[in-house]
Design a binder for this molecule. Structure first.
Ligand SMILES: Cc1cc2nc3c(=O)[nH]c(=O)nc-3n(C[C@H](O)[C@H](O)[C@H](O)COP(=O)(O)OP(=O)(O)OC[C@H]3O[C@@H](n4cnc5c(N)ncnc54)[C@H](O)[C@@H]3O)c2cc1C
Length: 194
């Protein structure tokens, strides 16, 4: 697998993974994980997709802070797009992020989120300005175990019990200003990366 170094901002992990032999290396990794029960995959894949989103769209400070911990599994990751009234139609989401000058104030709820109750880091999607459509949609790094105003719950499922799935509720959650991920780049490509 890739060489992981504590030097730099963690981007070297992905530079080594996404060079020309990347498809073969990724296929090998997925093949290895596939030997375990199917539901094991989110445990491995979700934090990795978080790290990749941060690598592609995050600031240097966010890369420095989170990528290394996500790829070494020090941190469990999650991404939160789906809402009770916004599944396939992601643009129907109603979570909001208000600019409060020195921080963001987030409100809303998400459902069907893999790792919701165990995640250290969640990439949470919310509108800064719903009137602007996709251009008013942003992603934020939140830390459910550290930030105030975050509650989670676990959903009962018929299967896939080794991968917890749950809800996330934000009520006036203060998020540091720098935890926004490229406000101008909430594209279909970014959603696809998850
Ligand atoms: C185990 C599990 C883990 C999950 N983990 C996460 C996670 O970590 N993060 C996260 O954000 N979400 C997660 N989800 C949510 C998942 O991504 C959503 O279920 C998905 O986006 C579909 O949304 P929905 O369930 O509301 O279905 P709906 O959007 O209601 O769709 C239902 C069906 O209708 C079809 N359909 C919808 N719209 C159209 C259309 N316009 N034309 C034709 N057909 C259509 C769909 O293809 C689907 O078959 C998870 C779900 C599960 C079950």
């Amino acid at each position: 697998m890739s060489i992981i170094s504590r030097k730099g901002n963690g981007a070297n992990v992905f530079e080594s993974q996404y060079r020309e032999d990347a498809p073969r290396r990724r296929a090998n990794a997925h093949q290895t994980v596939s030997r375990f029960p199917r539901e094991t995959r989110p445990r491995y894949a979700v934090p990795k997709s978080n790290a990749f989103t941060l690598y592609k769209y995050g600031s240097d400070a966010l890369k420095q802070k989170y990528i290394f911990k996500l790829v070494t599994a020090d941190y469990i990751g999650a991404f939160a797009i789906t809402e009770p009234d916004a599944g396939s139609d992601v643009m129907a989401m109603s979570s909001t992020a208000q600019d409060e000058g020195d921080h963001w104030l987030l409100n809303g709820s998400k459902t069907w989120i893999s790792n919701a109750d165990v995640a250290d880091v969640v990439i949470y999607y919310a509108y800064t300005d719903k009137g602007k459509g996709s251009k008013g949609l942003s992603a934020f790094v939140i830390e459910p175990k550290r930030f105030n105003g975050i509650k989670t719950s676990v959903l009962e499922k018929m299967g896939s019990h080794s991968s917890p799935t749950g809800e996330i509720f934000l009520t006036n959650t203060k998020v540091p200003k720098e935890n926004i991920i490229r406000p101008d780049l909430c594209s279909k490509q970014q959603f696809r990366n998850h």
